[in-house]
Design a protein around this ligand. Structure first.
Ligand SMILES: NC(=O)C1=CN([C@@H]2O[C@H](COP(=O)(O)OP(=O)(O)OC[C@H]3O[C@@H](n4cnc5c(N)ncnc54)[C@H](OP(=O)(O)O)[C@@H]3O)[C@@H](O)[C@H]2O)C=CC1
Ligand SMILES: O=CC(=O)O
Length: 325
C-alpha cells in the first residue's frame, strides 16, 4: 500500500506527479478555515506532510499518530517543533542551498533599491512629478565601496558576500557563532563581534535563522549602535527584529533607512507604521520567489519526502535529535 501524504500548498504539476508515483496524495492548494476540519480528518492516517508555513507543534502532532516525515518547502524551519518531532521519531527536512543565489539577488536588490530610493523615485516619475531637473533632495547614497555587515554568514549570507565583493567592491564584515572560512578566504570577509559590525557597517544585513537565540536580535541597543547613515536590511524572519525598536530608530533618525522582506506577523498589518515611511522599502517575503527556484525547492522537498517514506535517510534531514536515532 502506498503511504499517504498531505500536500498543503499549491505545487507544480510535475512535482505533484512525482510524489504520486509512490504516494497516495491528498491535495489542499492552501489551508484556511474552510478546509481546516477536512485537513485534520486526513491527518489522522497521514504518513507525510508536504508544504510550508504550517506550525507543526505538539497539538498538531497529537492528531497525526501515523506521521513519519514532515517535508518543509523552505530552508527556514522555525515553524517546526523539532523536539516534539524528535520525541516521536518523525523526520523533518528542508530545502537548503537551491535558493541561495536567488535570495542573495533579492537582498542585493533591496540594498540597491533602498540606498538609491528606487520605489520612491518610481512613484515620483509615474505621478508626473518629473518636471524639472533632479534636485539633490532626491539623491541616494552609494552602495559600491561601502562596508556591508552580514549577521548570519551561512549559505545565503555567503552568496550575498560573493555579489558584494566581486560586483560592488564592498568590504565585508560578518558575525556568526562560528567562523566561515569560505567567506573569509574567497570573499575577503572579516569576522567580528556584533557590536563591531553594527558600529562599522554602512549596510547591515540580517540573515540568521529564527531561533530562541536570534529572536529580537536587533533591538533598541543594536539600532543605536549602527551609524546614523547606515541602512538596515532584513530578509531572515520578522521576529529576529524588535519591530517597535526599528520603527523608533527610523523615526529618531538613528539609522537612515531600511529594506525589509519579512515582517511579524505576515502578511504585514495594514496599519504598521513601517508602511508609511518613505525611507522603508518593503517586499512581501519573496526572497526565493522566482519560477525556477520555487520549482527547484518543491522538487527537492518532494525528493526528501519520497526518500524518507521509503525508509532511507533524506538528503536534507534537519540536524536535530532525530538524526541520532
Ligand atoms: N526572505 C526569504 O524569502 C528567505 C529567508 N530565509 C531565512 O534565512 C535564514 C538563513 O538561511 P541560510 O543562509 O540558508 O541558513 P544557514 O544555516 O546556511 O545560515 C545561517 C547562518 O546564521 C548563523 N547563525 C545562526 N544562529 C546565529 C546566532 N545566534 N548569532 C549569529 N549568527 C547565527 C549561522 O552561523 P553559526 O551557526 O556559526 O552561528 C549561519 O552562518 C533561514 O533560516 C530563513 O529564516 C531563507 C530563505 C528565503
Ligand atoms: O523564507 C523562506 C525560506 O525558505 O525559509
Amino acid at each position: 500500500m502506498k503511504p499517504k501524504v498531505i500536500v498543503y500548498k499549491k505545487v507544480n504539476q510535475k512535482v505533484l506527479e512525482y510524489i504520486k508515483q509512490t504516494c497516495e496524495v491528498v491535495y489542499f492548494e492552501e489551508l484556511d478555515s474552510q478546509n481546516d476540519s477536512e485537513f485534520l480528518h486526513e491527518l489522522k492516517d497521514a504518513h507525510g506532510l508536504f508544504g510550508v508555513g504550517l506550525g507543526i507543534d505538539k497539538k498538531l502532532l497529537d492528531q497525526a499518530p501515523q506521521l513519519k516525515i514532515v517535508s518543509n518547502v523552505a530552508v527556514g524551519y522555525d515553524n517546526l517543533d523539532l523536539l516534539e518531532l524528535s520525541k516521536r521519531g518523525i523526520m523533518a527536512t528542508n530545502t537548503p542551498e537551491v535558493l541561495n543565489e536567488t535570495v542573495a539577488d533579492t537582498v542585493m536588490g533591496l540594498i540597491i533599491a533602498t540606498a538609491r530610493r528606487m520605489p520612491e523615485l518610481d512613484y515620483w516619475v509615474k505621478n508626473g512629478q518629473w518636471d524639472s531637473m533632479l534636485e539633490e533632495k532626491w539623491f541616494g547614497v552609494d552602495v559600491h565601496h561601502k562596508v556591508l555587515g552580514i549577521i548570519g554568514m551561512g549559505g545565503i549570507g555567503t552568496a550575498i558576500a560573493k555579489r558584494a565583493h566581486f560586483g560592488f567592491n564592498m568590504d565585508i564584515l560578518y558575525h556568526n557563532r562560528s567562523r566561515n572560512h569560505e567567506a573569509e578566504q574567497t570573499y575577503g570577509a572579516t569576522y567580528c563581534s556584533l557590536e563591531e559590525l553594527l558600529n562599522q557597517s554602512d549596510f547591515v544585513c540580517l540573515m540568521t535563522p529564527l531561533t530562541p537565540e536570534t529572536e529580537k536580535l536587533m533591538g533598541l541597543r543594536e539600532f543605536e549602535q549602527m551609524k546614523q547613515s547606515a541602512i538596515f536590511i532584513n530578509a531572515s524572519r520578522g521576529k529576529t527584529v524588535d519591530e517597535e525598536a526599528l520603527i523608533q530608530a527610523l523615526q529618531k533618525g538613528e539609522i537612515l533607512a531600511a529594506g525589509l522582506d519579512v515582517f511579524d506577523p505576515e502578511p504585514v498589518q495594514k496599519d504598521n507604521p513601517l508602511l508609511s515611511m518613505k525611507n522603508v522599502v518593503t517586499l512581501p517575503h519573496i526572497g526565493s520567489a522566482t519560477m525556477e527556484t520555487r520549482f527547484n525547492m518543491a522538487m527537492l522537498a518532494a525528493e526528501n519526502l519520497v526518500v524518507g517514506l521509503k525508509g532511507d535517510v533524506p538528503p536534507n534531514l534537519i540536524k536535530s535529535e532525530v538524526n541520532t536515532k
